[in-house]
Design a protein around this ligand. Structure first.
Ligand code: AMP
Length: 447
């Protein structure tokens, strides 16, 4: 073996910390460690509910064929017309960053013939989505949804089941004041009749509508009811409502959904103009909003929404797969928890901070840290810092519950100092029996 060249440490230039020149892309935010607490809670709550209610996790790719959304969400919807991030790959495929997941889940269901798995198939996801919107409070270009979908059954009890699932989610997060606005969009038959009447009504007001609505009038009349422009609201108020055009089957379907909700004490608000911004919905549609505490103003966004989409599968393939589902906006729910100061239970495990002072202690430290970690203890350290003071400062900063302090003397004596970070009380433990000794200490503290 050749002799190693000795490195002259005095000649290593100090690298100056680079100035950050890049910023995040507009509307696409970093999720920093300080906020991870909320994200973890949402993840835990969502997964717990999914397990209790029989939903399986599903993950679909970030990129999908752009046409998937054109054919399902709808060519003349804002999402597809204005908000999709679409580009051509080097192989000339036209792809889109997923603006939502329902179409992707249905694509996966059909592609992999998931009907064999269970009928209906219940799946959930926690994913990020992209829409080129004007970023504002509660509206980002990259955002996350926690969603639940039930595929393969047209029974109205499943519409109610999805709404109950959402309430279960809110309840677990201790969000109590939620109302669901609900409507039905009927089926192909009754909706056609309704659309004709809507068109006849809007014909007389056409010229006074906003530019977008004038286009919508030609291409997709239902989308007029989505319009947020002040000038169009007056006309919406007088517009015909679908309830007057429902066929018997759709009427009964809606009745059952509402009855089950009432049976479960769900406070719903019928909204005959709720159509949601996606074309694939039929029959039940719904959105969740906070009921603001008295004297407080309403947060100006809905927290989630969904509905039935029995025809979506036919837009993607020839198969009929009735389905229903919803998605909750994760950023918006976290915002609500913060604004309303809704405290969550911290079920965090005890955190140990390992302090090693002196070269020999530092060298042996990893052995004990590793031993603790494989015995399921959370152990943090700042071994790169030399002094006891600097390491203890870090223990405070990471909010450790316990510090274990190993110095020259402790190594010599075969002990380690156990320090309760809340009380400051210290005692020595036997190093050779560290795991057992700590387990015993924890038991004692619990009693
Ligand atoms: P949608 O997929 O449009 O039915 O939206 C479902 C939920 O996702 C909404 O109720 C919002 O909570 C959330 N959401 C939709 N778009 C955005 C966005 N641009 N920024 C943040 N959250 C969003």
């Amino acid at each position: 073996m050749g002799r190693r060249k000795k490195i002259d440490l005095t000649k290593i230039e100090k690298i100056k910390s680079p100035k950050t020149t890049f910023q995040n892309v507009k509307g696409m935010n970093d999720i920093l460690p300080k906020d991870q607490f909320y994200w973890q809670i949402i993840n835990d709550v969502g997964r717990k509910i999914a397990k209790l209610r029989g939903y399986y996790f599903i993950e679909t790719p970030t990129l999908e064929p752009a046409n998937l959304f054109k054919f399902s969400v709808g060519q003349y919807t804002d999402i597809v017309e204005k908000e999709m991030f679409v580009f051509e790959t080097k192989g000339k495929d036209l792809v889109a960053l997923k603006p939502e997941n329902t179409a992707s889940v249905m694509r996966a269901y059909l592609q992999h013939q998931l009907n064999y798995f269970s009928l209906p198939l219940k799946v959930f996801y926690f994913d990020r989505f992209f829409r080129y919107e004007k970023p504002q409070h509660g509206r980002e270009r990259q955002f996350h949804q926690f969603g639940f979908e039930i595929l393969g059954d047209s029974d109205p009890v499943y519409d109610a089941e999805t709404i109950l699932t959402a309430y279960h989610f809110f309840d677990e997060l201790k969000i109590k004041n939620i109302k669901v606005r609900i409507n039905t969009l009927g089926c192909k038959n009754c909706r056609l009749n309704y659309k004709n009447n809507l068109k006849a009504y809007y014909k007389k007001h056409k010229r006074k509508l906003c530019k977008d609505c004038q286009k919508r009038y030609q291409k997709n009349i239902l989308r007029l009811l989505d319009c947020k422009e002040e000038s169009c609201q007056v006309y919406k108020k007088e517009a015909p409502i679908i309830l007057d055009y429902l066929c018997n089957n759709c009427n009964n379907h809606f009745k059952v959904v509402l009855e089950v909700l009432e049976d479960n004490g769900i406070f719903y608000e019928p909204d005959p103009y709720l159509v949601r911004g996606l074309d694939y919905y039929n029959r039940t549609v719904f959105e969740f909003n906070e009921i603001p505490p008295e004297g407080d103003s309403q947060l100006n966004f809905e927290l989630g929404g969904g509905g039935r989409y029995d025809y979506l599968s036919e837009y993607i393939s020839k198969k009929e797969v009735p389905a229903v589902g919803f998605a909750l906006g994760v950023e918006r729910i976290i915002e609500l928890l913060k604004v309303r100061n809704i405290k969550q239970d911290k079920k965090e495990k005890v955190k140990i901070f390992f302090v090693a002072v002196g070269e020999q202690a530092k060298k042996s430290a990893l052995k004990y840290i590793h031993l603790l970690r494989i015995n399921n203890f959370i152990v943090d350290e700042a071994l790169g810092r030399n002094s006891l003071k600097a390491q203890m400062k870090m223990a405070d900063r990471v909010k450790a519950n316990i510090s274990l302090i190993l110095g020259q003397r402790e190594i010599y004596e075969g002990t380690i100092i156990f320090r309760d970070m809340t009380t400051g009380v210290q005692e020595n433990l036997i190093l050779n029996n560290l795991v057992e000794e700590i387990k015993n200490k924890m038991k004692l503290n619990k009693d």
